[in-house]
Design a binder for this molecule. Structure first.
Ligand code: ADP
Ligand code: MG
Length: 707
């Protein structure tokens, strides 16, 4: 066992520079990998383990190998080098003989020129690896080795599972290992467990201290797994407890306007819609209306595939607010999308006595001032906008319903911020969060675990499925020639490229691609470009002309990903499709297939990575957004998804989804009943747990006021 620190006592908050054997210069290297204090060090978990065999005498080792020629065994021995030879020629190698008084073995290293001159007779050596019997002698080929002090033989090493840490070139695993071992015992002795004994034993979870010990200093191959299970469970449990605390708080402490709803209001609202609601839309609307009728703030996630028709559902909720004399807000992730919502909602409400306004970053100061004044006076009924709605100066007279479109682009923090717009700390609007990227169940349970979920299944009637083809760049000419024919027949197309300007990465860009098409395959057709750098007016003009059929093909970046709705556009070509994420491809494809024609989506790509290949295959074989979302999670892992990073909640340090789904279920179930039993985690038994939950998630979930 390593000696314990002798100077200042080690605490979790002890600076890494004060750890025995670290010092200020290597502390800098630790800080580079975000290890600043002892707690960070202990939280830096090994990435894997090296199984070190127990050390034996050569005689014992030789008894392990059966006397048959060619028999093998894994061993570790210590001894002294008797002879070393360096052999050149066709099979350059180093041969040595190792003896320990009980026997002799031959060591051979092939192709290891760097070892030349490193070994000398008389040198002490520990070797481990596979030993093989050749007739009457034993040989190890390319064994691992370590020099030792032959004059001062140490205790024979016992079996060990040596932790391997991720480090850097100048902070190797062994160095981190030494530091961890130096702090582990004193640190763990101070580590109180936030889970009480009965709870732990019922679930076969080790104590927190024991879990860290198992991970950093396992005594067998199974301990790291058991330790990790506890640590992963902890992360999930703390998050779920935070989520249920928040939920309970919202239900108990916050009040939203209870909105009037009856048959007359319903007919009045639906009469505005230019189509019959689908059964699924109706179901979802009923769920929402039921929420809005009570003074508990709704907190609902509305998911439905691209084009499923979420907008009217949101509009229904907003009109319920207006019908009862309150206001509603709708926040979209991009200006283009906010503008489109504004346009389509204005159209549906034309002639109605509902005042709608648009608030985006591009308003002039005077326009903005006027909007804000009419908002606070209550003149404006519905405000649609971008994240500009979140600014401090945006104050509603009486906000009853807040709709957030495309939640995954915002994240939990912002969700919390929009809520407080209505003034008093105890009032909150009903919140409807919409996403067109179906959230895999696994994730919605964690990231969005405090939301109730409504799902629109299927698409409105009359849609033809989109045919998706995935082809190599080498077929681009054929593809464009074919698309040109369809354009000649009056169809419209989107051509999506990854960048606006020529880049050094050899990607197709909007400008040169437009040029290439104008002079080539699409000669004589009406073309236009669309990307984020074009100003709002011009972008809107272009979209209007495209929608009006005055443009045949639009060469664009992913700005068209969300929103735009042009039923006559029935072809989409995506260049460098391997550069886009699954959710993005699915969104892009959702722009077509909105009219009566059979639509075609062509993915042009020659993917090099396995991930990219997998993505393209998924998108080519299914158009079910839910399935795509699950696949996306499998391929990319959850950390990348849905702005999870910005949300401040994921990724986890130890837990990993969907791998730890069972643990997540257990955490969720337990957290729910825990909060039911002790709604504020009050009392001595849960005091530490409460502190840790708030420390981990209080800020991100806006739990500061739960006290
Ligand atoms: P998303 O769910 O992607 O936001 P939208 O709300 O933009 O979808 O709806 C996509 C299209 O479907 C729009 O043109 C909309 O008018 C139309 N739509 C929505 N609901 C219906 C319905 N019940 N019947 C026919 N068309 C509908
Ligand atoms: Mg939408």
């Amino acid at each position: 066992m390593l000696p314990m620190a002798t100077q200042a006592p080690i605490a979790l908050t002890t600076n890494i520079a004060d750890v025995t054997g670290v010092g200020s210069s290597s502390a800098r290297r630790y800080r580079k990998i975000s290890i600043r204090c002892v707690a960070d060090l202990v939280l830096h978990l090994p990435v894997r383990y090296e199984h070190e065999l127990p050390e034996q005498s050569i005689e014992q080792a030789s008894n392990l190998v059966s006397p048959v020629h060619g028999a093998e065994a894994n061993i570790a021995v210590c001894g002294e080098i008797a002879v070393v030879r360096t052999l050149r020629g066709r099979h350059p190698r180093i041969e040595a003989t190792l003896e320990d008084g009980s026997g002799t073995i031959k060591l051979t290293w092939f192709n290891t020129p760097w070892m030349r001159g490193q070994l000398h007779p008389g040198m002490g050596l520990r070797v481990w690896g596979k030993i093989k019997r050749y007739g009457d002698y034993l040989e190890m080929i390319n064994p691992h080795y370590q020099t030792i002090d032959a004059d001062r033989p140490s205790e024979p090493r016992s079996e060990r599972f040596r932790p391997i840490y991720s480090g850097t070139e100048d902070l190797p695993s062994a160095m981190i290992e030494r530091a961890v071992q130096a702090v582990l015992d004193p640190t763990l002795a101070q580590l109180d467990d936030h889970l009480h004994d009965q709870y732990r034993t019922e679930r076969a979870l080790p104590t927190l201290a024991e879990a860290y010990r198992m991970v950093h200093r396992p005594t067998d191959a199974d301990e790291p797994k058991a330790g990790r299970r506890r640590l992963a469970f902890d992360e999930l449990l703390l998050l779920q407890l935070a989520v249920f605390l928040k939920r309970r708080h919202r239900r108990e402490a916050l009040r939203a306007p209870a909105l009037k709803h009856n048959q007359a209001i319903d007919s009045h609202i639906t009469a505005r819609f230019p189509f019959q609601l689908t059964e699924s839309q109706r179901t979802v609307i009923d769920e929402i209306a039921a929420d809005l009728k009570v003074p508990t703030p709704m907190n609902r996630l509305l998911q439905g595939d691209v084009g499923a028709g979420k907008t009217v559902v949101a509009l229904y909720a907003m009109l319920m607010a207006v019908a009862d004399g309150h206001q509603a807000a709708m926040m979209a992730p991009t200006e283009l999308l906010a503008e489109q919502h504004y346009a389509s909602i204005s159209e549906m409400l034309s002639g109605a006595r509902v005042s709608i306004e648009l608030l985006t970053g591009s308003l002039t100061a005077a326009e903005k001032k006027s909007v804000l004044a009419r908002l606070i006076s209550g003149e404006i009924d519905i405000l649609i906008g971008t994240h500009a709605l979140l600014t401090e100066t945006v104050r509603f007279h009486s906000l009853a319903v807040a709709v957030i479109d495309e939640q995954h682009r915002f994240g939990v923090h912002q969700r919390a911020k929009l809520r407080v717009k209505s003034g008093e700390a105890t009032s909150a609007p009903h919140t409807l969060v919409m996403t067109a990227t179906p959230i895999p169940r696994t994730l919605s349970l964690t990231l969005f675990g405090d939301l109730d979920v409504s799902t629109i299944r299927g698409l409105p009637p009359g849609r033809k499925p989109v045919i998706t083809k995935y082809v190599s760049q080498s077929q681009a000419d054929e593809v464009y020639a074919y698309v040109a024919k369809r354009l000649a027949q009056g169809e419209q197309a989107y051509v999506v490229v990854p960048v606006v300007d020529e880049s050094d990465r050899g990607l197709k860009d909007v400008h040169s691609h437009l040029d290439w098409l104008e002079k080539g395959h699409f000669k004589g057709r009406r073309l236009a470009s669309l990307h984020g750098r074009v100003d709002r007016d011009q972008r809107e003009q272009t979209m209007k002309r495209f929608r009006a059929g005055e443009i045949d093909a639009l060469v664009a970046t992913t700005v068209i990903e969300v929103g735009v709705d042009v039923p006559n556009a029935s072809v989409m070509l995506i260049e460098h499709a391997d550069r886009f994420g699954l959710a993005q491809l699915h969104q892009l494809r959702g722009r077509i297939g909105r009219g009566s024609r059979a639509s075609l989506c062509v993915l042009l790509a020659d993917p090099v990575t396995d991930d990219a290949k997998a993505r393209l295959e998924v998108i080519a074989t299914t158009d079910d957004g839910f399935e795509i979302a699950e696949k996306d999670l499998e391929i990319r892992g959850p950390g990348e998804l849905f702005g999870a990073k910005q949300s401040g909640l994921a990724p986890f340090r130890v837990a990993e989804l969907p791998r730890d789904l069972d643990l997540l279920r257990m955490a969720r179930r337990d957290a729910r009943s825990w909060i039911e039993e002790n709604p504020t985690l009050a009392g001595e038994r849960d005091a530490l747990l409460r502190t840790r939950v708030l420390k981990a998630h209080g800020k991100a979930l806006g739990l500061g006021d739960v006290a």
